[in-house]
Design a protein around this ligand. Structure first.
Ligand SMILES: O=c1ccn([C@H]2C[C@H](O)[C@@H](COP(=O)(O)O)O2)c(=O)[nH]1
Ligand SMILES: [Zn+2]
Length: 160
């Protein structure tokens, strides 16, 4: 009888690959973000990516930044983490203590939202805004609320 495969990918790698796959759906030309929420039993609850609200035609969308707030993407885009929470069709009770895999460290608004949804841990890939004011606030929110966060590194072939 053949033995089982032992060189399978870890849960961290699996969930982060799912988050990366979600990010590939993003139409943002500069920063594509994916999120995957897994419960304490390592079951995927939801995924999301940064995109426009339903009903807003993303072909007509101003995907850049502008002095005019009406033409700045930041004022319209729903963040990957928020979409992952909003996409979930079950009870928020299931999210208590869940792990959130994100391809980019969460912004301060997402940090607060994730805390309020009850997640227990944030695992991130990239932290390109490390040290900025918003990023420091995000980390302060997690620290003060007892949410742990750690960076995961994937093999080169998992990255796009
Ligand atoms: O927590 C976050 C932070 C950012 N995003 C999205 C929102 C935007 O579409 C991009 C950021 O664009 P920049 O041009 O790099 O400022 O990332 C997110 O989904 N989640
Ligand atoms: Zn955000």
């Amino acid at each position: 009888m053949p033995g089982k495969r032992s060189d399978v990918i870890s849960w961290d790698e699996f969930f982060m690959r799912v988050a990366i796959a979600a990010s590939l759906r993003s139409k943002d030309p500069k920063t594509q973000v994916g999120a995957c929420i897994a419960d304490t039993n390592d079951r995927i609850l939801s995924v999301g990516y940064n995109g426009t609200p339903s009903g807003l035609d993303d072909d007509e969308f101003p995907w850049g930044t502008s002095e005019d707030p009406l033409f700045d993407k930041h004022n319209y885009v729903i963040h990957a983490e928020a979409n992952a929470i909003l996409n979930y069709r079950g009870s928020l009770k299931d999210m208590q203590g869940a792990k959130v895999y994100v391809t980019l460290f969460p912004c301060q608004e997402c940090a607060k939202t994730l805390v309020q949804a009850g997640v227990g841990e944030v695992i991130y890939l990239d932290d390109k805004y490390d040290g900025t004011e918003g990023n420091r606030v995000s980390k302060s929110v997690f620290d003060r609320c007892g949410i742990t966060y750690r960076q995961v590194r994937l093999p080169e072939d998992a990255l796009v």
